[in-house]
Design a protein around this ligand. Sequence first.
Ligand code: HH2
Length: 259
Amino acid sequence: MGVVNLAPDSFSDNGEFATPQAAAAHAQRLIDEGADIIDIGGESTRPGSSGVTLEEERRRVLPVLEQLASGAVPVSIDTRKPELMREAIAAGASMINDINALLAPGAIEAVAASDVALCLMHKQGTPADMQVKPHYDDVVAEVLAFLSARVQAVRAAGVAVERIVVDPGFGFGKTLEHNLELLRRLDRFAATGAAVLAGISRKSMLGRITGREVGERVHASIAAALIAAQKGARILRVHDVAATRDAIAVWRAVQGDNP
Ligand code: HH2
C-alpha cells in the first residue's frame, strides 16, 4: 500500500503532494513502482495535530480519488468521517482506512452496505494527546482485545470477515517499547480472523532507534516492513514502494516463492 498524503502538515511528506495534480502524479509513481493499493489521506494524524473540517478534507481528497478511481489499482481513503466515507465509496474508493476503527457514530452504517474493504486501526487517545503518556498493562493483549471486539462489531453489521483488515496502529498512543512489542508479536493478530496491516514507514519509532530525521528513514523503514511481513502482515503501508518491494522479493525468493 503506497501512501499519498494530501495534508499540508503531514509528518512524512510535509505537504509536498498537497495539490491534486501533484498527488495524482505521485500516486502514479507509486503504482509504477509496484503498489497494489494507493492510500489517500486528507487529514494529518501526526502526534499533536488538531484535525480538519469535513469541507476541507473533502476538498483535498475527492478530486484525487476521482482521477485515480478509474485506474486498475484500488484506492483506499484514510478518513475518520462517516460522511466522507460515504462520498468516497460513491466516488469509487475500494477501501476505507479508519484510524478510529469505525467508532464514530454512523461510521459502520456508512460502509456496511457497500462492498469495500475496511481497515480498523487501534489507537490510544486522539492525535492531539496520544503521545503524552501512553499506558498499557499488556500492550499486545489490550490491542488484540480491542481489534477483536471491533471485528465482531463490524461483522455484526453484516460485513464478511474477508473485507476486514486490522492494524495495531504503530505510533498511535504507544511508546517505543510498546511499538517494538507489537512488532515482535504481530503474528498474534491473525487471531482476529482478519488480514493484518502494518504502517511503520518513516515513523518516529525508527527515528528513536536510528537517530535519523524523517527523510532519512528509508532503510529503517524497509527493515521494519520486512519484519512485519515475516510476522504475517498482508498489507504494508509504506512511502517507499520500490525499495520495499525489492526487500520483499528477496525474502520471497529465499522462501522459494515464485518472483
Ligand atoms: N499511519 C498514519 C496514517 N494513517 N493508517 C493506518 N491504517 N495505519 C497507520 O499506521 C497509519 C494510518 C500516519 O502516517 P502518515 O500518513 O505518513 O502521516 P500523517 O498522518 O502526518 O499524514
